[in-house]
Ligand binder design. Sequence first.
Ligand SMILES: [Zn+2]
Length: 833
Amino acid sequence: MLYFNESINKSYYIYNLLIYKTMSKKIHYSFSLALLGVIFVIAACNQASNQSDTKLVKQLEYSRYLKFIMKPYLEDAGLTRWSEKEVLESRSLPLVSDFDALQATGPGTLHIDHNMTISGNGSVRVDMPTSLDRKSSSNRAYATAGIVRPLNREDINDYNRFSTWIYVDAPGVYTVFAGFSLHNAGEKIMPVPGRFEGSHYENVYPGKWQRVVWEIPDLYRDCVTGFSVSILLSGSPAGASETMSLYIDDMRLEKVEAENSRGFDLRRNTIAYSHSGYRTGALKQAVVQNVKNNSFKLLNEKGRVVFRGKGQSQENGFTVLDFSSFDKPGFYTISIDGINSKPFAIGDNAYLATAWRTLNFFYAQRCGYDQPGLHQECHLDVFCFHPDGRSLSIAGGWHDAADLTQSLANTVESGIAMLEFADAVKGKDQVLYERLLEEARWGLNWTMRTRFGDGYRNGGLIIGIWTKNIRGDKDDMQVSARKDPWDNFMGASYCAEAVPFYEATDPIFARWCRVTAIEDFTFADEEMEERLARKSPRTAVSSFTVDAAGLAMVTAMRLYRITREQFYLDRAAYYATVVMDCQQLERRTDWSIPLRGFFYESPEKARPLAYFHRSQEHLMIQGLAMLLTEAPNHADAPKWRESCKAYSDYLHDISKLMEPYGILPAAIYEVGNTDYSSIYHEGPRDRGAPSLEEYNAQVQNGIKLSETHYLRRFPVAYQFRGFHAILQGKAKAAFILSRLFNDKDLKDIATRQMEYIVGYNPFAMSTIYGDGYDYPQLYGAFSGDAVGAVPVGIETFENDDEPYMPMQNNCTYKEIWVHTTARMIWLVAELFK
Ligand SMILES: [Zn+2]
């Protein structure tokens, strides 16, 4: 481990806690030493329970409990193992000696440089500006600049890896983003026009040579015309150079034993298990494939065998290992047939590291904040304009994903996840509790000061460049405020949820939250009523879809909880009737699996509800469960219960269809019944836009329910792919129902969806950067390699209905995202309750 000073001692831990306490919570300045003493004791208790997780403790110490961003343990990264693979064949793609053949792309100039070289043969240097005279209207990067290394329409199927070295000189900038593309001109064009297949991206840290390896077994490469390397020109923050240089050296085609990237078969000689561990009382399973001996054992940290078991054989050579009966807290490894896992926790340490690391991701994503190692205070010159001419700065909150976009919806969901988690650890882990409230408050402040107080708010803006914080220069960006019920319900939900957390410690702040919640609910509720009266179309995200009614119901219940006013309960009960009108209550006995309980998009029941990117599938169940909990004797309570029961049946019925992984299929689709007119598409719509033919081909690769209906394992998706959020939405609903009906199976089902994200998947990788083992590089761009970032998720290949997770690092599947990271926090909260 390179990052940490091994001499850090335990008293330093306490010292850091005190610093954390005194620096992070200004409102606590008046706290007495006596209270610090209490914290000292609590911290000492925490330390005792964390003693075994030395990696986490060191990471927290180094980051001063997220006063600095965490550093990853690179020895656990997938890239480390991949880079060390035996190279079976290697062919140089000369650069300097073929200099005249190289083509410049974008606003750069090409040079040979004999001083900067890793091969000893000199490198190719591209000098480029960091911006152009005019900003793009999309607020995305100004341009890309780099080279194409041509090939003569070659079939390179004998090779499956691209490798090169790059070095970037960009004074004043912490990270830049480099792209690599394979250009194929055969029957299948690469990169695929309008899609994200065929290009790979890496975060580059200026001032050091960096090796790039990119396995390409899934790419069409029968007629390759070249490889390109380029840098994104995304502007210079204040103080940075206006030019930069990219050096490229030692480019190669290689042959290696490629990673498995497609299908359900498990990576060879690995065990799929939860790298985040297993909580006390949880179902504890792992999976292997094609072992000769199915006896397995658990070993403790000293290498002693603590449990022995026999695996259960399943189809396709899979063997499920069950050690649910073993509940002694500690760190263990699994061993079977000569294959060994890495250490994982059982007990209270399970998911604790995941919790802190995902919180670290949010800290790293702070906007309008000086974040050493990532960026200076940013976007102070980005403004939101009211139709009446007033304006306000939208710096603050969290950058949304790999770009610098901010949106209200993601901020709200992220903050609510933190508050839910804070509630789950309150009184058990004071340090984590207070750090969660601190981060949630960062988002609350942004949510409350980006509204105008008359229903108009900032809803969000795509941002893809750094700006200099000066109004009136070329990098200015602005967004129009909107009056949207979805936004206002969102704002109201977050603020209402926050009130009880701050009431005792900061009643002034709590009052601001309360007033905002009440006002925003009123704006949203009135607007919703108007739209209903107008019978507004349901195609827009903010219109009256089942999830909009679900959000309205949940928000009304949050208001009811802080006000106890009958009005809010009545509104929630009203929105519940809309939600229930959208549900299939009777079993579809005409289908091969007689499902019931799933939702349609709207009360007309014209199309089953399906998500492919974001997911709100939990909202309907969450609201109904809140109603049942708060008003169990209400006249509609039997209907609410029946609705929850029906959805519970749906989850149970689909939970065994994707063995041995146990993840939940995505949605029911009807052949020919789709509407992609409102699907967001990056770039020109005539390149890679969805078609009915593609939709139907994907639908018919699903599990056949009837001649017209199919249950897809993974969503129908086009340009935007990656499906963690779809699993997470269902998992949240399953957790809520498991509590409502005291149904342990539903809790196990929910937990499995999380386990899939952290290792219980065919690639035997944790997909969270810096958490667990074999985690992949993620598409981080402006955020660098942020510990705790959860990607959009494992995707699908073309029209297939099976997992696809290539080494190729690209959006959207590998893009870091607050939506999925927040949902991980919100699911971990369920395990800690
Ligand atoms: Zn920013």
